[in-house]
Every structure is written in C-alpha cells, then in structure tokens.
Design a protein around this ligand. Sequence first.
Ligand code: GSH
Length: 120
Amino acid sequence: MSIIRWLLGKLILFFDWLTRPKSPNHSPERQAELNEQTRHMALYQYTACPFCVKTRRAIRRLGLNIELRDAKNDPGFRRELEQQGGKQQVPCLRIENPDGSITWMYESDDIIRYLQRRFS
Ligand SMILES: N[C@@H](CCC(=O)N[C@@H](CS)C(=O)NCC(=O)O)C(=O)O
C-alpha cells in the first residue's frame, strides 16, 4: 500500500513538472510589492499531496513567492500546524494579518480563491 502511495506521489510530481505553469513576468516594482505582501504568508504542505500540488501551481501562476513549509518531514512545522492551525491537514495557508492575528486557511479551493482574489 505504501509503495503504491509512493509511486502515485512520484507520478503526480512528474506530471506537475511536465506541465509546469508559467509565472507571469511582473515588473520588478510589482514583484517587490507582491513579495512584501506574501512575506506574511506560509503554506504548510506535503511535496506529493495532489491538493498541495494544485495550490503550488496556482501560486506559481500568480507569480507569488510564498514560503513553503514541509509539514510531513519537519516535526516543528507539523506541530505548529496541528496545535495552532487546529488540525493536521494540508495544504494550509498561514496568514499574518496587519493587526497581528493569524489566520489558518485550510482547503485548497479556498486558498486558491483567496489568492486569486487578492493578487490577480
Ligand atoms: N479537501 C482538502 C483535502 C486535503 C487532504 O486530503 N489532504 C491530505 C493530504 S493529500 C491530508 O492532509 N491528510 C492528513 C494527513 O496526511 O495527516 C483540500 O482540498 O485541501
């Protein structure tokens, strides 16, 4: 069973690599502005999770630089996600709001919709 899961993961990563979406060519000023806004975000994710791949592709399509946190292999990130986010599910976008509060956004569709609304 774990071999099948491993194989599926490799296949997902291969097709992701084959069909990698292009990042838009933002002007340096626009990219700096986006980087400043996304500096307050981090995506908790697993490398080969299909929902995480979908989310990372959307991030790439929007030309965003969002820190990726490997919640499978890094026990610290795994603990943060479970204890502060509330559940061990990826992808999850951690957003530091201007008032200092933290939003933990789960569900790939919700994350993608939020990023598209905010950055496209
Ligand atoms: N509906 C969710 C599904 C996310 C999901 O099922 N993620 C799996 C990984 S592919 C997960 O976090 N499982 C819990 C675990 O592995 O501990 C979404 O679209 O984000």
